[in-house]
Design a protein around this ligand. Sequence first.
Ligand SMILES: [Zn+2]
Length: 61
Amino acid sequence: MPVYEYRCTACGSDFSYLKLKAADEPACPKCESKKVEKKISSFSCSGGSGSGGGLGHSGSC
Ligand SMILES: [Zn+2]
């Protein structure tokens, strides 16, 4: 099961979230805001292309 790292943009706290369903939206455990952004920790190529569907594991750095 994929655990993703998120950062709350409202209060700035980091947290990990176990995403059980694709439609799940993580909420900040502290302020319960849903203004969170996913942190890509496993691989960090240049620049975060946050938009776009899905995690494409194509391409090599
Ligand atoms: Zn928060």
